[in-house]
Design a protein around this ligand. Sequence first.
Ligand SMILES: *[C@@H]1O[C@H](CO)[C@@H](O)[C@H](O)[C@H]1NC(C)=O
Length: 164
Amino acid sequence: MRTLLLASALFAGLIGSLAAAPFPVPVPYHAFCRTLWLFARPCTELSTTMLQQIQSLNPLLGCDECQYMLVSATPRAIKANHTSLDGLQAESITFTFSPTVLTGGCRVSAQSTSLGFTSLLDDGLNYCNLYNLLSVSGLNRSPGFMEMTNEWACLGYGLATCKA
Ligand SMILES: *[C@@H]1O[C@H](CO)[C@@H](O)[C@H](O)[C@H]1NC(C)=O
């Protein structure tokens, strides 16, 4: 009974605070993609390869695909920025590496988020920011590679045709 009272008091409080919120609340939207990659290779190998790949695509090197700027790197996480060629769009990218103990492999959690406010359709931009690094370095062909994501976690997934 006491629990019920407590629950209804909390519920009433929730309704009260919702009622107090000014509607409609405009929610600025940052397009993003979150995806999970599994590899049958140790994390140290993967993070080294991805770090080298990002560094080789630095805009200072002047190639067409050179749009990645390293922000920080540790054995557990790599952060970078991606900027479109016209310089109008920028995204923040993070890779987190977790060893999968039983299989000796690695689970990579990857996220790309648009820094500006964008429409709901980003043509797979955020997805391709992540996936292009895999395909350029050939990691998507490495043993045991598997990708897990969906349209809810990753805008444009399933529709995107990435260049690299
Ligand atoms: C990455 O982007 C953030 C946000 O725009 C910016 O503050 C930071 O200076 C950028 N870092 C690099 C290395 O480009």
